[in-house]
Design a protein around this ligand. Sequence first.
Ligand code: NAD
Length: 422
Amino acid sequence: MGFFLSSLHFSARCVSKPPPMTTENLNPFAMAQAQLDEAAAILGLDKATHAMLREPMREIRVHFPVKMDNGSVRVFQGFRVQYNDARGPTKGGIRFHPEETIDTVRALAAWMTWKTAVVNIPLGGGKGGVICNPKELSTSEIEEQDVPAPDVYMTPQIMAWMMDEYSTMMGHNEPGVITGKPVPLGGSLGRADATARGGVITIREAAKVLNFNAPEATYAIQGFGNAGQHAARLMRELLGARRLLAVSDSRGGIYNADGLDWQAVLAHKEETGSVVSCPGAQAITNEALLELPVQILIPSALENVITGANAPRVQAKVIAELANGPSTPEADVTLRKKGVFTIPDFLCNAGGVTVSYFEMVQNQTNDYWEESDVVARLDRKMTQSFHDVYRVREAQKTSMSTAAYLVAVQRVAEAMKLRGWV
Ligand code: NAD
């Protein structure tokens, strides 16, 4: 695994975008290329630049043996895609997935390229994947592989192992090669709620440009994990938004037209493992939650929950895509026609990768920031990024999603030109 490790610039935190398959089951990479093609046409990109951006710059495919607990040896396959590094070293987590494919990893790497560009951090986009089912592997088998578990299986402990392994190979301490580390090993303060904080900041800015009163706005949150729980707290803390009407998790949802107390919901979830049956609220399905007459909908769980089928029934005026890929392309078209203001995932949830970048900067300078500094810098970055995209939306009379692509693709194309590549 040394080769796999040493050839990468790791990001450890889960920034993976699950492939938002359409009902036609489009190949995710074909979908990523189609999104690029649309932006390239609007920007009038020259052929060479467009062609470079349509394909990954580098791909690595590895097969490696792992000694299993029962003494046998299994060979696993992994991929690493370095999509584009014109703006800086490629960044993107590594996923364990039993059905991982090179095309999924290519698509995720492309989306990381646009995500780092839209928030204007000096990084490129990459992604890694290992075909395996982590639920079938023991802790020691996972450590043996020296590859971090991303997404829901990612833990700071695995990041620490990876950093330690890489540092051993290099012969000196290299904390900056991996982000999402525990704070005592060079992790950044403010990382835990960075994704939700970034998303709530974009909602705050949306309220300004759309001229609605955030404290009075009603909202619903699908998913009550890392992103959803912090979003519930920060909507209240940052925006004074007290009208959280519904939340849900994988077991179901709860609703109260007069508002839920997020702290009571959290306490109930910690006690019982779910938000379901929280006292003072009525049951609601995950499907019904998406169609509630709320002003703001915050999908914070899974991809593809808003589809061509239910999008016509969505009543929210603003959708803040904290989850990756919560709306299918068909849903996007319907929502756009309905005039829904969607803050696209790669802008809305970019707070996480932004603080991962701050973590690298702190590691490289050996200067560790107070949490209040991290929060203030994140706020500046997200506010600026939101308005960069909003300005293009206004100028082009287009959606926030297309505008975000235009901003991101333009930035990567400009970096390639300045390097003399195209
Ligand atoms: P998590 O595992 O902590 O939480 C996921 C939540 O979704 C849980 O409450 C789970 O019960 C709920 N859920 C699962 N299946 C569901 C279903 N069918 N219906 C409703 N809820 C369901 O994960 P997370 O880190 O909060 O990530 C959530 C989303 O945000 C993912 O799309 C992830 O890719 C995206 N994201 C997270 C981060 C981050 O830093 N945490 C960064 C970028 C994007």
